[in-house]
Write a protein that binds this ligand. Structure first.
Ligand code: MG
Length: 251
């Protein structure tokens, strides 16, 4: 199935959904501190999303119980919010907000350090952010999907980290997950050509240890097999002729 090419008015609606999702992520960011549970993050996301007349896209998605994914330390993605998961000084947590407004979805995540991170934790956070930005930097009309994966993979390797291959970014718009699948590893010059007007997420999950992951018995929480920590950053972007527009920033 071919990815959608969004019209100008569809692009405006996507921009708006992305702005709301970003505002909610920043709302959570400003309240995070040691002693907060991931269940509390879920309540903040529900309240803030409703206040902005949005709907948390993740709530009820294939039965997901939360309004947001909260992935702490060795959790790679899809962490289920819980009042019994407390964030302690030195922990890291990814908060992944997806919001539907007026029929369009915006998707963004960041990994935050609670208190003072170890050097290793700070490293994986920094590398994950740089990997996302390296992927974004190669996007333009005519570039290929493999260019994104290659840029991310080579930077992660140079920094002594690995890239999770089991999950990727995705097309986004009228649904949260749409074609194409955006792999975060790959070979430059291969894969589908990007076209202006396509909307995608770029959201590499970067591990300190091996890239191998497993899913816990709850059917959602994805952790590293070796227990080492993982970080992730995500933007929703719109492909343009010259490059791309990052929709999930407030600048
Ligand atoms: Mg996503």
């Amino acid at each position: 199935m071919q990815p959608d090419i969004l019209s100008a008015s569809e692009q405006d609606r996507l921009r708006f959904a992305c702005k709301i999702a970003t505002q909610t992520l920043h709302h959570v960011r400003d309240k995070l501190r040691a002693g907060v549970s991931t269940g509390q993050i879920d309540r903040w996301v529900r309240e803030d999303t409703l206040r902005r007349n949005g709907r948390p896209s993740q709530l009820g998605y294939h039965g997901f119980a939360g309004a947001v994914c909260t992935s702490r330390n060795e959790v790679v993605c899809h962490g289920v919010p819980s009042d019994s998961v407390l964030l302690l000084d030195g922990d890291i947590v990814n908060v992944d907000v997806t919001t539907e407004v007026q029929g369009f979805h915006g998707d963004t995540s960041e990994t935050f350090a609670i208190g003072t991170p170890s050097a290793e934790a700070a490293h994986v956070i920094a590398v994950a952010r740089r990997c996302r930005d390296a992927g974004i930097a190669v996007v333009r009309d005519g570039a290929r999907l493999g260019d994104i994966g290659a840029a991310i993979e080579s930077l992660a390797k140079r920094e002594g980290c690995s890239v999770v291959e089991a999950y990727g970014g995705h097309g986004i718009g009228r649904r949260m997950h749409m074609p194409p699948h955006v792999a975060h590893t790959g070979r430059a010059g291969t894969g589908m050509r990007l076209r202006a007007g396509m909307a995608l997420t770029i959201e590499p999950m970067i591990n300190l240890g091996s890239s191998a992951v497993k899913t816990l018995a709850d059917g959602w929480t994805v952790v590293t097999q070796d227990g080492r920590w993982s970080a992730q950053f995500e933007h929703t972007i719109l492909v343009t002729r010259e490059g791309c527009e990052v929709l999930t920033t407030l600048d």
